[in-house]
Design a protein around this ligand. Structure first.
Ligand code: ZN
Length: 293
């Protein structure tokens, strides 16, 4: 028991030292930031002017972080050198309340990535692969159930795929039909596409049919397994072509809807081809790389 108490005492002392050191470091950091923001350069870093209307409820695109947290009053430096901005120190501030399953939405970056913050730090979501994952799960579910909606083409599409691939159509036509693609063999080396899913254009449909036929010629083995592989391939191909692209502006409501849909998928972190969807930059790593740790 005496030995145990000794050990406990030593651990406790070490902990106290650690806490004291951490507190000291936090204080030093606060001073640093406070000074940086009081530079008399006239730049307020987005601090609203006194008497300006309160920030809008919706953060919208690229909101300045200062607008999204309540302003904390700080002693105003006196003297002629005092600048306009005296925001509270930022480092160590808590993240805003999460308003999506991935944290608090900050906005869309370069019309291609969704930026969020959570307890750990910054969260970056690739909007194309996120949507691809959402559509992939939906298409897989559709392939297992009723035929997908389909639009008849005014002018059927003839695709020259070569004889071996055209011959494989027999095996994949029922699967294509369940996905909303009506395809038949038009000539020994040509297939005809007469109907496509509503969100697929002619060019995309032609490439997709070609890909699936190519895949079907290379697949041998247990028929059930082959069907499953072809379903995966078809769903991934359809999802990629129908998903929103990068450089595509989304309003905040759509950004939130996409994140909510993504959170409900089987795997919100990997796209069907294995690409990552979510990238994280922790506060710790950020501070380390900025020389704050
Ligand atoms: Zn893609």
């Amino acid at each position: 028991f005496a030995r145990a108490r000794q050990v406990f005492g030593a651990v406790e002392r070490a902990l106290r030292r650690g806490v004291a050191a951490a507190q000291g470091r936090v204080e030093v950091r606060n001073v640093e930031i406070g000074e940086a923001q009081r530079r008399p350069d006239g730049q307020g870093y987005g601090q609203p002017a006194p008497g300006s209307p309160p920030p809008a409820r919706d953060p919208g695109l690229f909101p300045h972080p200062v607008y999204s947290t309540p302003h904390v009053a700080e002693p105003v430096p006196t003297g002629p050198s005092a600048g306009g901005g005296q925001a509270a120190p930022r480092s160590g501030a808590r993240p805003g309340a999460p308003d999506t399953p991935f944290g608090r939405l900050i906005g869309q970056y370069r019309a291609s990535f969704l930026l969020l913050e959570d307890e750990e730090g910054l969260v970056i979501v690739d909007q194309h692969v996120a949507h691809e994952r959402v559509l992939y799960d939906r298409i897989r579910a559709q392939l297992a159930g009723a035929p997908a909606p389909s639009q008849r083409l005014l002018e059927p599409l003839l695709v020259d795929v070569g004889e071996p691939r055209a011959a494989a159509l027999e095996r994949v036509a029922p699967l294509l039909e369940r996905a909303g693609l009506e395809v038949d063999r038009f000539a020994p080396d040509t297939v005809r596409v007469s109907a496509v899913p509503p969100d697929l254009d002619r060019e995309g449909a032609a490439r997709l049919v070609e890909e699936i036929l190519e895949r079907a010629t290379g697949l041998d083995g247990v028929p059930e397994r082959v069907t499953e592989l072809l379903e995966e391939e078809l769903a991934a191909g359809l999802a990629c072509r129908a998903a929103i692209k990068v450089n595509h502006p989304l309003d905040p409501a759509k950004q939130r809807a996409l994140l909510a849909d993504l959170a409900r998928t089987a795997n919100p972190h990997r796209c069907p081809h294995g690409r990552p969807i979510v990238l994280r930059l922790s506060q710790e790593e950020m501070e380390r790389r900025l020389g704050r740790r």
